[in-house]
Design a protein around this ligand. Sequence first.
Ligand code: DX5
Ligand code: ZN
Length: 214
Amino acid sequence: MIKIAPSILSADFANMGRAVEQVEEWGADYIHCDVMDGRFVPNITFGPQMIRELRKHTRLPLDVHLMIVEPERYIEEFAGAGADIITIHQEAAVHLHRTLMQIRDAGCKCGVVLNPATPVCMIEDVLDDVDMVLLMSVNPGFGGQKFIPRTLEKARSLRQMLAGRPVDIEIDGGVGEANAKAVIDAGVNVLVAGSAVFGSPDPRACIEALRCSR
Ligand code: DX5
Ligand code: ZN
């Protein structure tokens, strides 16, 4: 099953409640929420308060991508605010295994994110402890960037490394109808798309096209 997770980074920040309602109406599977702290990445977005407010507007799972330093300081707050999936960067987590367990203990699904320059072997020893691996196909911080093709090889080797474990592989950055088939063929089953969905004249059709790109 291919899942589509539109990133609200490309939505109207002054109308976020309406934006997530629309994403649900368009037939998406998850709402991808990009949390940025201005330290791990050179941009600032929103925190747990936004997640708490969005929770009131949708029943879709909130897929919370933490691009923050010291993520262990905020796990319980995001979980309490209504996050369903929390992903943390390998590069930001000093005690990665501990923080992944902290996410599970808080009642959420947990995932680890890799920047484009981080090889998949860095997470070999937590593969039994994650529900999802998120591969960044752009350097995190901004929507609308160009897809880094090397990510496809990373997805293929990760799928092999997983050796049949039921772990989702999510990809984030520069994904659209032009590369969705290649992404899915490489073993990815959750596609994040920001500018492709929100910039489309027909977002519902775009989501459906992304999902059926096999
Ligand atoms: C980038 C974010 C992405 C971003 C993707 O740091 O993690 O989720 O919104 O946007 P597009 O799909 O436009 O590349
Ligand atoms: Zn993201």
